[in-house]
Design a protein around this ligand. Structure first.
Ligand code: ZN
Ligand code: ZN
Length: 271
């Protein structure tokens, strides 16, 4: 398997289905169903914008998510408009947020996008954030798909070699560990049992909610960072299953560990 895997297909429809399945009877049922609706809308918008993405500007440098010009030039504001149109539904709890976003100025939306990409989440409009992040994800994924994969020379790299953002967690493919970009969904090989945050391998721990769980958390005793790791199969989805296992986050936080991997469907306090 290649060391760097660009997203070959659109993941959102499958993710929406997985979120729906996970939502049934879950204590976060309402939120998981919201995320499912948002992912369903992402799939539609990604299909709409796919043809033009294939013939447009490709990012040349390694960290476009930190380049305000590259972000400004993206097609995500148009994707966001499409997403909001699809998410209009008067009976849902997110209706007022959708309407508020439709009234926001371009500058306000740009500010929200820049805060998401630079992880300045303390000042973030948490109601608007999941929608803006969903539009950014579609834009970045389509550009990643149209890119040529750079050769991966560093196998202890914490940032996505394609877009420069952080991983949402790790996935095992045939027992090799890959980090999965929270933004553009590229995956890159990262040496196992070595901390993604500080590169130490001295005091790593694995935690899970049940014996034999496919989703585990890897902790580092040196920097106290942690991230989730999924033993991938056809059914599970790292981003969706992450949201359904937030008990693990709470338990590790109680142990004094700090999560190092953002999930762009998860902005605490969004609703
Ligand atoms: Zn990326
Ligand atoms: Zn560490």
């Amino acid at each position: 398997m290649n060391d760097l895997i660009l997203p070959a297909t659109l993941p959102y429809g499958r993710r929406a289905t997985r979120l729906n399945t996970l939502a049934s009877g879950h204590e976060l049922e309402g939120y998981l169903n919201f995320c499912s609706a948002l992912c369903r809308a992402q799939q539609v918008q990604a299909e709409v914008f796919l043809p033009e993405a294939q013939q447009s500007l490709i990012w040349q440098n390694g960290a476009p998510c930190h380049d305000p010009q590259a972000v400004l030039q993206g097609r995500w504001p148009a994707v966001l408009k499409g997403l909001l149109k699809q998410m209009v539904d008067p009976v849902t709890p997110w209706q007022s947020t959708v309407m508020r976003l439709q009234q926001m100025s371009a500058a306000q939306v740009q500010t929200c996008a820049q805060q998401i990409l630079t992880l300045q989440w303390h000042e973030l409009d948490r109601g608007a954030a999941p929608f803006v992040a969903a539009a950014l994800q579609v834009d970045f994924l389509l550009r990643a798909q149209a890119s040529t994969a750079p050769a991966l020379t560093n196998h202890t790299q914490a940032h996505c070699p394609v877009c420069g953002f952080l991983p949402v967690g790790a996935i095992l493919h045939d027992q090799r560990r890959y980090l999965h970009c929270a933004l553009c969904e590229s995956e890159w090989h990262h040496i196992r049992a070595q901390c993604v945050e500080c590169n130490s391998g001295r005091d790593m721990g694995l935690w899970s909610l049940q014996e034999g769980a496919r989703m585990v958390a890897e902790t580092c005793g040196d920097c106290h960072g942690w991230l989730k790791q999924l033993d991938q199969d056809a059914q599970h989805d790292l981003m969706a299953d992450d949201l359904a296992t937030l008990e693990l986050d709470a338990a590790l936080s109680e142990q004094g560990f700090e999560r190092i991997s953002p999930n762009l469907l998860l902005f605490p306090g969004a609703f």
